[in-house]
Design a protein around this ligand. Structure first.
Ligand SMILES: *Cc1c(COP(=O)(O)O)cnc(C)c1O
Length: 474
């Protein structure tokens, strides 16, 4: 155990501001005592591998059937149905306010594409036979904000706007919501403000939509947030507040700003069920897309989905939706950077948001800025731990390498965060313990579908992308 990370030292000033450790999960607390670490290591040996920043795969022994696990989520299929209906109501508004959504009639959804050349490359690259097909879910190219956050983030802003307008008697659910695209409504929403803390993409989604509706919006950006994301937000009239510390601190500051203003709504990336539901709608949409593509998912045709995980809401919500859509035939696996394995650490040790990666001496500094989260959402971890097959970690350089390979072989360009899922098919295919444990025979695996969730990158500026590509060693 060496040293206290910069953020933990500076976070003491936050404590001075009156934050209560353990009550919420937003900043680096103190590092654990060495005796506590030793105890943790005795009980949870993989913590050592995490501390040494090794790439690991952890198969989750607490994984249950959907039937057993569902009651722990605290949300049900009807909640997802409500979210779908709300997004349908807003579709006419989105068509007007964001013409790029008009082709899809105001529904924010991404394509699923085959990546056959990449598949061959992955087999060579990892020296593993990958059976079944590999598909890519291009949330990277979702309209409005070019990342998975165009699901949850936008949905939560729309939910809040609808609530305000309904309460004020300005709107009824049967109205054509395109009426929200008007000066009158912009004035109405301008009485209210929205705040959020983000590593970048959530801020981008929430900022752009909130500003278009007319809200005053502040986005608290963590130190790792990219400059171009801040500039883009400012160009949309968003108030960008820059913080020198990590994600947890940006969230804490946003929360604090909102507390002092009753007209300010804080979007809580760490605990929001609304965000989670916005993401979960993806499950039924994937099912419909698979039906159109004649892709079968059943006992003999398993589906594996590889989801990059930051705080957990995005992958957690998507996994929840997928479970409802495909039941026990979908196997959801979360992927994290070796420098930010917060969800793996929380679920594996059972400590959830009572532990952060800095507690065990990991710095939470990664090129995968969308995943640079030291402390995972306790809500998501506790809700979803039984419904996830496993977790694995990927080194930063490997993300760049996969980024370069995908560009070379398929001409698809993503941001580093979005590549952690790409290591998944080889990790699973090469893990016979896991496959045997889940009764996934070679026969079944031949008919498997591997869906790599590409979570972002569609809006990365060309010069930034050139730098990413130059970092790949391929
Ligand atoms: C936010 C984000 C994720 C993960 O979502 P969480 O809700 O933070 O777990 C993955 N990839 C990208 C590109 C993101 O921006």
């Amino acid at each position: 155990m060496t040293g206290v990370s910069e953020s933990s030292q500076q976070s003491s000033s936050l404590k001075d501001e009156g934050y209560i450790p353990g009550k919420h999960s937003y900043w680096v607390n103190t590092n654990m005592k060495s005796t506590e670490i030793q105890q943790l290591l005795n009980e949870y040996p993989l913590v050592k591998n995490l501390m040494e920043l090794e790439e690991i795969f952890w198969f989750n022994p607490c994984n249950t059937t959907l039937k057993e696990g569902l009651s722990f989520v605290g949300l049900v299929a009807d909640d997802v149905g409500d979210a779908e209906a709300r997004l349908d109501r807003f579709a006419p508004y989105l068509c007007q306010a964001f013409p790029e959504t008009a082709a899809m009639h105001g529904i924010i959804e991404s394509e699923i594409v085959a990546i056959p050349a990449m598949r061959k490359t992955l087999e060579q690259h990892y020296g593993v036979d990958i059976t079944g097909r590999i598909l890519l879910k291009k949330d990277s190219h979702l309209p409005i904000s070019g990342s998975i956050k165009a699901r949850g983030g936008i949905y939560e802003v729309l939910t809040h706007a609808e609530k305000l307008a309904l309460q004020a008697g300005w709107l009824s659910e049967n109205d054509d919501y395109s009426k929200l695209f008007s000066e009158e409504f912009r004035q109405f929403f301008n009485q209210y403000s929205i705040a959020v803390g983000s590593t970048g993409n959530l801020g981008l989604s929430i900022g752009i939509v909130s500003a278009r509706l007319g809200f005053n919006v502040s986005v608290h950006m963590s130190a790792d947030a990219r400059e171009w994301k801040k500039q883009k937000l400012r160009s949309h009239g968003v108030n960008v507040v820059e913080h020198e510390l990590d994600y947890g601190v940006a969230v804490a500051r946003g929360r604090k700003e909102a507390e002092s203003d009753p007209n300010c709504f804080f979007i809580d990336d760490e605990n929001s069920q609304t965000l989670f539901l916005g993401y979960s709608v993806a499950g039924g949409r994937v099912k419909a897309q698979f039906e159109q593509m004649n892709i079968v998912v059943d006992e003999d045709h398993p589906l594996f989905v590889y989801l990059p995980c930051g705080v957990g809401g995005g992958p957690g919500g998507v996994a929840f939706g997928l479970k409802l859509a495909f039941g026990d035939h979908v196997h959801c696996i979360f992927a994290e950077p070796t420098h930010s394995p917060s969800m793996l650490l929380g679920v594996y040790t059972g400590l959830h948001d009572n532990i952060c990666v800095q507690d065990i001496g990991i710095d939470n500094i990664t090129a995968a800025d969308g995943l640079a989260v030291g402390r995972a959402s306790g809500f998501v971890g506790r809700a979803m731990e039984r419904l996830l097959d496993g977790f694995y970690t990927v080194q930063d350089q490997e993300m760049y390498n996969l980024l370069g390979l995908l560009d070379r072989d398929e001409g698809i360009r993503l941001e580093p965060s979005a590549l952690v899922g790409m290591a998944g098919p080889a990790r699973v295919s090469g893990n016979l313990d896991y496959l045997n444990n889940k009764n996934l025979s070679a026969e079944k695996m031949k008919q498997a579908t591997h869906l790599v969730w590409a979570t972002g990158g569609g809006m990365v500026p060309a010069d930034e992308m050139t730098k990413y590509l130059a970092t790949a060693k391929i």
